[in-house]
Design a protein around this ligand. Sequence first.
Ligand SMILES: [Zn+2]
Length: 502
Amino acid sequence: MHDSAYHKILNPVLRDWIHTGIEKGPEFYSTPVGILACQRDPLLRTLDATVVFSVLSSPPPPAKGKNTKKAVLAPTIPLDAVCIEVCLNDTVIFPEGGGQPTDNGQITTPDGTVWNVLQAKRHGGQAIHYVHVQDGNVDRALQSFCPGAHVKVELDRAGFDRRYDHMTLHTSQHLLSALLETRLNLPTLSWSLTSYPSPCYVEIPRGMTVEEISMIQEEANRLVFEGRPIHVEVDVLDPTTTKTVEKTESGRAIGRGLPEDYTGGVHRVVHINGVDVNPCCGTHLPSLNNLQLFILPHTDALSRSSTTVARLSFLAGPRLITYLTSTHNYLTSTAAILSCGTPQVPERVQQVVDDRKSATRRIEDVEFELARYIAADLCRDMQGGDGLFKKHVHRTDDSATALTFLTAISSAFSDTVAKSGTETPYLVVLSSSPSAQLPTNTNVVFILGSDAKRVKEAGDGLKAKLAVKGGGKGSKWSGKSQGMWKAEKDNTVVEEILSSIV
Ligand SMILES: [Zn+2]
């Protein structure tokens, strides 16, 4: 089937370019990319084919530069995988192009062996299958794929599901870009068919308002419900009238035109009835049926050097269902945690956040108050003493901000001492450790004193004897240690350090 309501051949010459593989050897010919079986009938899953040639695959060159785009999902061939490159007379496995990634499929050779096709690529005008040689026996593989061998090429269930996902999103992108262009005069600068199941996106020159987004979405879905038919028209490429396309920085061809390395000679145009006419090599569904389009109701502004573009994310088909299922699951499990209905989730989450903020404020207030009491206790101890007042206070505290609390005690103590007008010299070590005895614990220490030299001496002692890492300035020193704080042993060490200082 070369011609159909879906696939219209405008120039009869093209009929001779579709090679059925029944030509008598020794020469076999391949059908050019542009009129491959997968492009003539995107729902076809199996095809009897003939091998045109096969060669040992040289490993792909390492990717240039840093690829920061998580965009196009080109399944990469593992470095240690042995592959042969196979060209068939025709194929149902789509080679990557037009922003649409390669298919994965299988080829069955006459002896019944099923070979995995890890990737298909367009070389000039030919579709090349990267066939995995699992046992590494390249000679046997090349023999199985000798020119003229009759094989079966197919997309299995997983391969077709993957292709179907790509088709729904690619066709949706044509629909979306056409509406953005005709309704809002927004050209599509690039688009990305992201890895399943992330939303895909188009890049446009500016952000869109909520009203614009809902207008475009409504319009798209009106056309989907109508089930507008889609068809493809192919003609012989006239290089004098066809522009080559500009490429984005990632090398993906966008917009209306052809990649400059294309030598297939086919000019292929995808029509969405009454909506869009666009040159494209991708596989497209025969109608907009079941293609319900969902636009994520926000646009991300992206700044790239001098130009600013906005990214509009969208979903359609099975990927949309997957997305809605997972987001719905997140929502219902969050609602269950909050013991409320899903519509109340935002309000309840807001309440939890507000409660948490005020609880944190209250803890700070209470800590501040408690710090003054602890400081007052220390001052009472200091009164009536003779000479240098030395004291260690250890606390158990599971707070992530235990050091802040020790600092608060220190400030309150300094204030009280200053107010009392006492001249008694002092050296106080405050320490704090979590309640659970775990080797991953972080313990904190704070030293304050009336004399910088003694403070430094105590700090040096803690560094040497308790492996505390820290430092200080003047009358204050703070540090941290890792591991369990053994109350009896470690507190004794602190006492010893203090008693050695005079
Ligand atoms: Zn396209």
